[in-house]
Design a protein around this ligand. Sequence first.
Ligand code: GDP
Ligand code: ZN
Length: 435
Amino acid sequence: NKFSSQQDTIFALSTAQGKAGIAIIRVSGSKTSEATTNRLIIHPVTGEMLDHGLVLWFPGPNSYTGEDVAEFHIHGGISIISGVLAALGSIEGFRHAERGEFTRRAFDNDKLDLTEIEGLADLLNAETEVQRRQALRQAQGSLKNLYETWKKQLIENTALIEAVIDFSEDENIEDGIFEQVVARIKQILSMMIDHVNDGRRGEILRDGIHVTLFGPPNVGKSSFLNCLAQRQAVIVSPIPGTTRDVIEISLNIGGYPVIIGDTAGLRQSDDIVEIEGIKRAKDRMLSADIKICILSSVEVLKSLSSNNENSRGIINPLINESMDKSTFLVLNKSDLLSASDLSHLLYMFFYLNYKSAYYVRYDNSASQVALITQSRHRENLINCIHGLQNFLAQKDIVLAAEELRYATNALGRITGRIEVDEILDVIFERFCIGK
Ligand code: GDP
Ligand code: ZN
C-alpha cells in the first residue's frame, strides 16, 4: 500500500482552494470522533474559537470510506480553513490525507469497486449532460453489478466443475452437471460478446466524439468549423494552404461532447510545412470516429462534367483514398451555382450512387444499458471471453476448470475484486458438508 499508514485518521479540505462562502473539511478514521467531541471549531489545545459552523457525523461502516467520517462545514475564509486544518493536525494520530486516500479507503473497505471509482472520477470531469449521465450510472454501480453478476455465475460453475473433478466416483454428483455448466457458460459468453460489440459507444462518449474535417484546400473547411463553433475559431482565408496544423475545437452538441478537428487541405505540395500538415491531417483521420469531407460544389460540378476519365473520381486522389463508408460528404459553396447547376450536380451524385448516407446514431434507449467506458475494461473482458472459449474447446476437465478460473480472474480485475478463496468457499459450502 502506497499510503503511509492505514491506522491514521486523515483529514483534507474537500472543497476547492481559495476564498468561498463555505468550505468543507472531511475527516475519516477510527479517531474521527475525537475531532467532533473536542468540538474542533474550538482549537483543541488553545481553546480559541476558530469559527462557528456545522458538523456532519457519518458513523462507520455506513459512511463513504466505511470508517467514522465527519464533515466540518465552516466559513470559507482562507485563515479559517488553515486554522481548522492546523487544529486537526495537532490531534495525536491525525494527519493530512494523501491524494485519493479517502477513496482508497472506500475501496479497501469494500464500499466501492474500481468501476464505481472510475465512474466517480468521470462524473467530476463530465463536461456535458450525456457524459454526466453515463458517469453517474457507472458511479452507482451499473458496470459493477453486471460484472459481479457474471463473476458470481462463473464462480458457481467453476465450483460445479471442481465438484465433478473431486467427487467423480460419487455417481449422484456427476450426472449431467458438466453439460449444464457448458450450457450456462455458452449463455454467459454470448452476453459478453454482445456487451463487447457495442461500437465503443461508452468509450467514445467518455473521450468525446472525434470528428475530422478534410478536403482540398480552399473549399471552406475552416469556415464550416467556425460556423459550427459560432465564433472565429480558425483563420479563414482565400489563400489555399492557410490551415497547416490540425486545429481542434471542443463543442457540446445536444449534450454530446464533440471534438472537431480542422485539417490542412489535401493536395500535392512541395512545401515542407504543408507536407507535414497533410501528414498530420491523414493521421488525424485514422483516429476519427466521424469524417466529414468538404468539397466545393463548383469544383465537383466541373470535374463531373468533364469527360476526362481521371477526374471522374472525386477531385484528387488524396481525397479519394481518404473516403470510406464512415465519411459524410458536404458540398459547400452551393451559393456559387445556379439553381439548375445545383440540381444537375445533385442528380449526378444520385446517379453515381455516391454513398454518403452512413451515420452513427447515439440513441437514448441504448444509453440505458451499462456501457464499457475504458479500454482497461475491454482488455479484461476480451481475456475473459478467450478463457470461456478455451473452456468450451477444452476436452480435459481439469484444464477446462483452469480456463474458467482464468476467465473469472479477468473479470475480477475489472472490479478490482479477485478472490481465489471465493471459489473455495462455494465448493466447501455446497459440497463438503458431512463429507
Ligand atoms: P479551407 O481552406 O477549406 O479551410 O477554406 P476557408 O474556410 O479558409 O475558405 C476559403 C475561402 O472560401 C474563403 O475566402 C471563404 O470566405 C470562402 N468560402 C467558404 N465557404 C464559402 C461558401 O459557402 N460560399 C462562398 N461563396 N465562399 C465560401
Ligand atoms: Zn482552412
